[in-house]
Design a protein around this ligand. Sequence first.
Ligand code: HDE
Length: 716
Amino acid sequence: MANNPHTTPNSGQPNDTEFKTDEHSKSESLEKYRSDATGHDLRTNHGARIADNHNSLKAGERGPTLLEDFIFREKLNHFDNERIPERIVHARGAAAHGYFQPYDNAAQYSKAGLFQDPGKKTPVFVRFSTVQGARGSNDTVRDVRGFATKFYTDEGNWDLVANNMPVFFIQDAIKFPDFVHAVKPEPHNEIPQGQSAHDTFWDFVSLMPESTHMVLWTMSDRAFPRHYRNMEGFGVHTFRLIDKQGKSRFVKFHWKPLAGTCSLIWDEAQKLWGRDPDFNRRMMWEDIENGDFLEYEFGIQVVEEEDEHKFDFDLLDPTKLIPEEQVPVIPIGKMVLNRNPDNFFAETEQVAFNPAHIVPGIDFSNDPLLQGRLFSYLDTQMLRLGGPNFNELPINQPVCPFHNNQRDSMHRQTINKGQASYEPNSIDGGWPSETPAAPENGGFESHYERIDAHKVRARSPSFGDHYSQATLFWNSQTDVEKEHIIAAYTFELSKVQRPWIRERVIQEILPNIDLELARRVGENHGIEAPSEKSAPAEELGRSSQQESPTLSLMARLPGNIKYRKVAILAADGVDAGQVEAIKQKLEAEGAEGMVIAPSMAPLTAADGKQVAPDAMLNGMPSVAVDAVIVPAGSDSVDALAQSGLGRYYVQEAYKHLKAIAAVGEGKMLLDAADVPTNEEGVLTGSALDDVFTALRDAMGQHRVWARDGKANDMPA
Ligand code: HDE
């Protein structure tokens, strides 16, 4: 037997307590896994150099392929097994690296290391996703967006697995499989992809009044953000923050986009499915490549433990939000996404988020939806990522050291040294050893909570209010937003085949939100809505607040034109000087001007100069830009006016409430396309400076809202 010098467990001090990360720690930890083939030979996975990568080994040039061909076999074997299961929900996503930096007020709320020092940058990896569609579905579908953040902190990974809406469809995790089966493409024909506009979804939600509030959010324009930089994020559940004294407070987590909130228009979103199915991921990718990083402020709503029951809803009910007027959001830090992944599969696809990943200073509440999530994520990842060692995948590893006695299973990478894979032990010096709980030591300690209850399978009566916050959301929308919601219910229900499901929504659900909403949607379906609310009093709730302005997307409009794309429509004969001036003016405001022409052939401008198009009329259609400007140049405008694509471009921009500007003869294109020129948001004139200023101001409001409704008359 070996002569072991260690006779007592835990001899000596652990050497990883002083571990410190910085903004670059995660990227540096990935470096040893990055592979660059530049300057290297083509070899098999086992290292043999390959001399011919075009021909398999055959018995004669025209004979059968030989089983002996290990080069061919390895290549096909690997290829045949390239796919893994996609996520059961949130399959389609795009991600970016960045960092989080706290403000100087964060440490007072939580002892978590990442909040302590305003100078410290913690690396993050954020994945945005849609929920319903498959991995290859479209970006701009009507759906919730996932907003999952992995903070690689000194004390381990904290995953804030959030959405862009602050509430959820169900109250208890036991209903999650039912909900997902209902919303996913239907089981007999796998239709429709990426949409909730079908019978099983509306059947389920109309039988589950608790879903009403969240369904209303998904019927709003929040369901198709213009850009990931323009959407909010919400942790949904109530969590806990634990401070240095061990005091617990309830908390809701928020991401507020610094670029403001704004969304697409439904018709535009649908057209983008075909024109650019990668719209959101492309924009994020290109912006980060261009140095236009995505920025969010991290905020918290804090509720003292003793105030837990002072609200007219239950803090543990995930179908409720805390109105910001009742508990303001305190900004406590900033996140910047500034680096694209090197490899989609290795990083974006293999990343595994889990709300159960927390660090000391953060803890769970008893929200029954959250409690269920704490089980579900690891469970599903075992299948998706092939066993329990996916934590070793480079993107999932914490940047701090981690040692324990978990061992073996599929694809184990770590080569654990020593003989003792158990604790306590006296063979390997007692290592790895426990860290005592308490802030000064750093060991995780669950919040000390007394639970004294019967074991029951029941829902708390305090979860019984299903409608009052839906009404609050409805009341808080502007008229334009309300019209869009009415149109959304009308559209979705038009896809529902079974009349009794449509009737149930219009007669039993919508009136309990708002009678006018029910009446309008009912009118569009030829179904009479009741004149009184029908739900029992406890389901209608007792909200003390009737409106909350921050629930409107308009509350945080961008206000400027930074990051916006503007189409400069041009053909041969365009005024080249004006094109250049427009580009420069846009650039000065942080926006981008793109010359869009009938083809990619260089244009010959009026002064004989060459102007290179950035894109073609049908390659960069109006749905892909935020505004349109038509510069002067009579031949150019003539050519555009005669082209169906040219006229359609401005008509479609008009329909989608975009600011449209025309300088000098540019107005002729608007006339030819029957775009009204004497109204708000259609800006014409002979002086570029004036037209540009008006265009910039109109774009600051994101869209020309006054045109809503009227724009439907446009045939585009
Ligand atoms: Fe998830 N959810 N979820 N979810 N969720 C998954 O985990 C689940 C819920 C969210 O980019 C799955 O690894 C249950 C709320 C995001 O990889 C799965 C319940 C919120 C992502 C799962 C919920 C979310 C997921 C599928 C109800 C907002 C994508 C693949 C009890 C706070 C993360 C996976 C990424 C992914 C379960 C409800 C956000 C099946 C059981 C509420 C952003 O485990």
